[in-house]
Design a protein around this ligand. Structure first.
Ligand code: IYR
Length: 223
């Protein structure tokens, strides 16, 4: 084995016979293909330790130079959720009533969204994801790398983990979202990335009737 300056340890890869591999790939695809972004939540409580496990799962994502440039704020406090809803609705009202282009509004029409965000109070938990653009090392700033990509990957793993647990989520992006920095008192090296309400689906929840692109449209093969 190569000689490294820093310690390396053996890695024991999980491998499966081809038929088992295909069955696992099919069932994982079926699982993730049944995920939908939900806007209608139930108030039913979700245990905090379960939420922590989901966040640990997100934290397994690869990241630039392994800097793990993310902070997940787990908000269950009703008063803070209310503040977040009020601030988000204020921004969204301005967006839907003048800031967003006609084209953008037309593109969103199939989703049936508007400025109202009641789910920010109804969902038992909000995960507010912050990207860490750099780290403070005393007074010195240390760089993080590929922050956008890294945090995006972690959020993908997070929503997969949420779905796997039988819960629902919305990747919500109120814009602009600097109010989250203020409400949650986050430090200067962090910027809000995504606001993810998590919980059980409302009993009468609906989702837009929209489709995923077929393989031919998303995959180009070079044999
Ligand atoms: N941030 C707004 C608008 C919005 C924008 C996109 I792009 C979406 O995919 C969905 C909504 C909102 O959350 O309603």
């Amino acid at each position: 084995m190569a000689d490294f300056e820093f310690p390396h340890i053996p890695y024991d890869p999980q491998q499966y016979p081809e038929n088992e591999m295909a069955a696992r790939a099919d069932s994982f695809y079926a699982l993730l293909n049944s995920r939908r972004s939900l806007r209608f939540f139930n108030e039913r409580a979700v245990p905090e330790d379960l939420m922590q496990t989901l966040i640990l799962t997100a934290g397994t994502a690869p990241s630039g130079a392994n800097k793990q440039p993310w902070t997940f704020c787990l908000v269950g406090n009703p008063e803070i959720k209310k503040q977040i809803r009020i601030a988000a609705e204020e921004e969204e009202f301005a967006s839907y009533n003048g800031r967003m282009t006609e084209e953008w509004l037309r593109d969103l029409a199939p989703l049936g969204t508007d400025w109202r965000k009641p789910f920010l109070e109804i969902a038992p938990w909000l995960i507010v994801v912050f990207k860490r653009n750099f780290e403070f090392d005393g007074a010195q700033k240390r760089k993080n790398y590929y922050v956008q990509e890294s945090v995006g990957l972690a959020c993908g793993m997070l929503i997969a983990a949420i779905h796997n647990a039988g819960l629902v989520a919305l990747t919500h992006t109120p814009s602009p979202m600097d109010f989250l920095t203020k409400i949650l008192g986050r430090p200067d090296n962090e910027r809000p990335f995504l606001l993810i309400p998590v919980g059980y689906a409302a009993e009468d929840a609906t989702v837009p009737d929209i489709q995923r692109k077929p393989l031919e449209e998303i995959c180009v093969t070079y044999r």
